[in-house]
Design a protein around this ligand. Sequence first.
Ligand SMILES: NC(=O)C1=CN([C@@H]2O[C@H](COP(=O)(O)OP(=O)(O)OC[C@H]3O[C@@H](n4cnc5c(N)ncnc54)[C@H](OP(=O)(O)O)[C@@H]3O)[C@@H](O)[C@H]2O)C=CC1
Ligand SMILES: O=C(CO)COP(=O)(O)O
Length: 313
Amino acid sequence: MSGIAIVGAGAFGGALAVALARRGPVTLWGRGLQGRALRRLPGVDLPENVTVTAEITDLSGFDTVLLALPMQVLAAFLQGDGAALSARRLIACCKGMDLVSGRGPTGVITAARPDAVAAVLTGPSFAADIARGLPTALTLACADDATGADLQARLSTPVLRLYRTTDVTGAELGGALKNVIAIAAGIVMGAGLGDSARAALMTRGFAEMQRLALDLGARPETLAGLSGFGDLVLTCTSAQSRNFRYGQALGAGRSFDGDSTVEGVATAQAVTRLAAEKTIAMPVATMVAALTAGRLALPEAIELLMSRPLKQE
Ligand SMILES: NC(=O)C1=CN([C@@H]2O[C@H](COP(=O)(O)OP(=O)(O)OC[C@H]3O[C@@H](n4cnc5c(N)ncnc54)[C@H](OP(=O)(O)O)[C@@H]3O)[C@@H](O)[C@H]2O)C=CC1
Ligand SMILES: O=C(CO)COP(=O)(O)O
């Protein structure tokens, strides 16, 4: 069937539907949709050539399906409703690491649907910006370059420019880990620790992102690209980011909207576990995991980070 299918009618799935509808028909599967308004993207309505459905079988004719669900529900979706989506190209649009299995999005897809071709769409982009048609660049990562090239061509628009890579590990780790560092950046700003502290944290956070990712086989240029450095900068510096705002609230001692998708919280736990197994130092992620789980207070976290042995950069 021609056209693109999208699973997940939240902020990102909705924004992608709006963007891709500018070049052809889109079918959007999601729960809780009422009419054409997007609850998770206030003020944005779906255009007429987006078909909305709550029946997963309506996607069975599509060879390419974008999965715009939160990371922690991806595995359950693929074992439930998503079992209908076998033998096709499944593109994960989520950023994170599955808390149960420790897998990234493509690992989760491949474990649940071994007959699918898995890819990732990631990079610096706020759903609201994409929905407004503002210029945006993303990374499409697929191990098979011919499939990646086809997806790149099908999903690019005049204002949504996709770069491609075969380094799936690097692309998905960049997207997962930057959310953890963004929470840390938010904490720093919420606690009034200053712009200099945030810059230090982003830089040292990037160092630990690279340390883990390169150990797992990622390529340095991927980490330095849109899906790594690019998304780190965006998410650590913008109040549009839920991870950043969640960190700000934590740093200021305020509560935060519990209905909001904050991917870095679960990913901090998963990544800390993985780093410990591999004996890779990830002090910032470890602090975020401890702070978000309530195992540590902020003054102790600052003391622990600042009193680490002095070392070469
Ligand atoms: N928002 C953004 O700017 C960007 C988001 N992303 C990534 O996209 C992913 C999705 O985020 P985003 O769209 O923002 O999140 P949202 O919270 O806006 O939306 C999540 C959507 O998933 C639905 N959902 C949750 N659980 C299930 C389930 N079990 N079955 C079916 N649907 C379910 C929610 O339904 P309900 O509303 O009923 O709970 C909601 O429609 C995340 O990994 C995020 O990091 C990537 C780039 C940009
Ligand atoms: O991934 C994003 C930007 O690239 C969206 O960030 P948040 O999930 O923190 O809102």
